[in-house]
Design a protein around this ligand. Structure first.
Ligand code: ZN
Ligand code: ZN
Length: 210
């Protein structure tokens, strides 16, 4: 039998499969994973006002993004609103580094959210657009229990603003480190007047941003 046929492509591509642990194919996870999955995390509020749901979702998206950016640089975040349980409310976050993903999983599994313990795992999903249901984006997916991601997106500019804020805070973090290093250098200089002059902030910053 062909090796590929033993691997569950749904699990590899979408990080979740309708058969779950009872799947007859292998659910393989590569050794280095940059994506985390928090299954069934987003729960849509029961309100008939669409504006209300939108605000609620935007707040949820922002809360989660800001909290998860503490573990490292986020390169992508997806929230699913599929009807089927194995994808419903799934939140996927992809980090630039595997270490950030690892740290996020360890920390989040000790957290509570809305009175429930958070369950979080590393996920094999590498490319969100491969996992996305394009028909759903065009409001034309006819499968009630579609196995591709039905992505719910935040409104307006929120997503762009969050990534911008993240970049800004990353630069600020680097600047803080530079400031600290320069300060430490200055202190050394006072102790020993013959010590070489501390490296300038701009040289340090340049080397860090490269
Ligand atoms: Zn499977
Ligand atoms: Zn679909």
């Amino acid at each position: 039998m062909n090796e590929d046929r033993l691997v569950c492509t749904f699990f590899t591509k979408i990080g979740a499969c309708r058969h779950g642990e009872k799947c007859s194919r292998k659910h393989l996870k590569p050794a280095v994973l940059c994506t985390i999955l928090i299954p069934n995390f987003y729960v849509s509020p029961s309100t008939d006002k669409e504006g209300g749901v939108e605000d609620f979702f935007d707040n949820f998206y922002m809360d989660v993004f800001v909290r998860l950016a503490e573990f490292g640089e986020i390169t992508g975040m997806v929230v699913c609103e599929n009807a089927n349980y194995h994808l419903n409310g799934n939140v996927y976050v992809r980090y630039k580094n595997a270490e950030s993903a690892q740290r996020a999983v360890i920390e989040l599994n000790q957290c509570w959210f809305n009175g429930r313990p958070v369950h979080c795992e590393l996920s094999p999903v590498e490319n969100f657009s491969d996992a996305n249901c394009r028909a759903y984006d065009n409001k034309s997916c006819s499968r009630e229990y579609c196995n591709f991601m039905h992505t719910r997106r935040p409104s307006g500019k929120l997503k762009g603003l969050l990534y911008k804020a993240q970049q800004k805070s990353l630069v600020e973090e680097k600047l803080e480190r530079v400031k600290k290093m320069v300060m430490e250098g200055t202190t050394d200089l006072k102790k020993d007047p013959l010590a070489p002059a501390p490296t300038s902030a701009s040289t340090l910053l340049e080397s860090m941003l490269n």
